[in-house]
Design a protein around this ligand. Structure first.
Ligand code: FAD
Length: 430
């Protein structure tokens, strides 16, 4: 006889462990609910820059100085209009509480202009404090420092490109070899760890702590620079100490430029959210996908995860779908159609695949807006705009309607919809 599986109960069950799902889970717990978070794999935070975009460009392509001013001009169908400005404030308030002083930008409603490792200036709402000394609005001279073999960060190119993108400060870029035997291309995490623990490395003058050795290699290039920008790999757990030490040794401000995958700022942020989930008392189950569900009378009763071929049920009175977009596997695409694989929610899209793509890859792309359609309380709706299930809400990248890559609003969407879906689910479950 097989072992009997017993349903595990929580008031709210959140599916998906990215920024949207974690935000939903914390908001539901703060509303007084017991919360279970089910997540399959690592979220896209591991790939993301760690910058938190709210609204960088209008749908017409104009750069946004103040996202809250610009929000009022968005079309009615835009998510921020549908769920309201207060939800956006609430999402960012929750974010600010989770990250504390490790992020900057909450002192003003205006976007900050942050240089990226690709040599562009990006408008963003929140940025790691490790990045703060690099803002493009500051006019003091900058030295960008890259490492040999870390080809993703080409400091002379970044310097030239930022100047032509309008950065007013005088900039220079140099490439040095990283101290120690850590090759930044293949052993990025070893270099990050070595800086974290200030490992001893051997140099031509004997062994010394890696932070000192790094400062010594940068120093001859300083000239008139008042700021030094490095790729974002200055430690995982002790990054503020690494920066402080380098600033003390060099006598100038030091900052990081957010990098692509594997993103160290994204990992730091993920660690902070995991701590916040623990503090909020959220139960987490990771490593297994939700593969099935039972519904009755228009309500989801339970979902099932697949664990080594057996199905384990989780019951709840409210559910939040936060499984991400195509990258997170919250949406699935084959040659003919697009679907939402967990609950089979309706995903509006043209039947003719030729209409999925626009002619110009740099402008409006219909597929970028594909995703689940929701009502104002974030319930996924069928093709007649009726909620599919009375106790199901959706948040984050699984939502359709907005091209967040063009607008620079991906994390803002996750925070605003996450907090609203989580709070409504938490309140309804009580
Ligand atoms: C390369 C990259 C760069 C980015 N850069 C920025 C940036 O600069 N600024 C910005 O604001 N945003 C950026 N983002 C966006 C941001 O990081 C998030 O992708 C966005 O907020 C969406 O988050 P999410 O929680 O909805 O989805 P995801 O992060 O995709 O998380 C979805 C989660 O759901 C889980 N899941 C999926 N299916 C199932 C299932 N069946 N059962 C259980 N779990 C499931 C996944 O394993 C994953 O953990 C970037 C994203 C990427 C990919």
């Amino acid at each position: 006889m097989g072992a009997m599986t017993v349903a595990i109960d929580a008031d709210v069950c959140v599916i998906g462990g990215g920024l949207a799902g974690m935000t939903s889970a914390i908001a539901a717990a703060e509303a007084g609910a017991s919360v279970r978070l089910l997540s399959h794999k690592k979220s896209t935070l591991r790939q993301a820059s760690g910058l938190i975009d709210l609204l960088g460009y209008t749908p017409a392509g104009e750069i946004v100085a103040d996202p809250f001013d610009a929000m009022a001009t968005l079309p009615d169908h835009h998510l921020y209009q549908r769920i309201g400005e207060q939800a956006v404030h609430d999402g960012f308030d929750l974010f600010d509480a989770v990250v504390g002083e490790s992020y900057s930008g909450d002192h003003t409603a205006a976007n900050a202009l942050v240089p990226t490792y690709g040599g562009r200036i990006k408008p963003t709402a929140r940025y790691p404090t490790m990045t703060a000394a690099g803002l493009a609005s500051d006019r003091s001279p900058v030295l960008f420092v890259g490492f040999e073999r870390l080809t993703a960060f080409d400091a002379p190119y970044v310097s030239a490109s930022l100047s032509s993108d309008g950065m007013p400060a005088p900039t220079r870029g140099v490439t040095i070899s990283a101290p120690g035997s850590h090759r930044p291309d293949t052993r990025l995490h070893r270099l990050v760890h070595a800086l974290d623990v200030n490992e001893s490395v051997s140099t031509s003058t004997g062994s010394q702590p890696i932070r000192d050795a790094l400062a010594r290699r940068i120093e001859p290039h300083l000239e008139s620079a008042q700021r030094v920008g490095l790729p974002a790999l200055l430690g995982l757990e002790n990054a503020p100490d690494v920066r402080r030490d380098l600033e003390r040794l060099l006598g100038v401000d030091v900052f990081e430029l957010p990098m692509g995958p594997p993103s160290i700022p994204g990992q730091r942020l993920e660690h902070q959210y995991l701590d916040a989930l623990d503090d909020a008392g959220v139960f987490r189950t990771t490593g297994n996908p939700v593969v099935a569900f039972d519904a009755d009378a228009g309500r989801i009763q339970r979902v099932y995860i697949d664990r080594n071929g057996s199905r384990v049920p989780y019951t709840a009175s409210q559910f939040v779908l936060a499984t991400g977009g195509l990258v997170g596997k919250g949406l699935a695409s084959d040659r003919t159609a697009l679907s939402e694989p967990v609950f089979g929610c309706h995903v509006p899209h043209p039947a003719d695949r030729a209409e999925w793509y626009g002619d110009d890859p740099h402008t409006d792309q219909p597929f970028a807006r594909f995703g689940v359609a929701v009502d104002r309380s974030l319930k996924p709706c069928d093709d007649s705009e009726t909620p599919e299930y009375d106790n199901l809400r959706a948040a984050g990248g699984v939502l359709g309607g907005t091209d967040v890559t063009m607008e620079l609003s991906a994390s803002g969407r996750s925070l605003a919809s996450g907090v609203r879906a989580g709070r409504l689910a938490g309140e309804r479950s009580n």
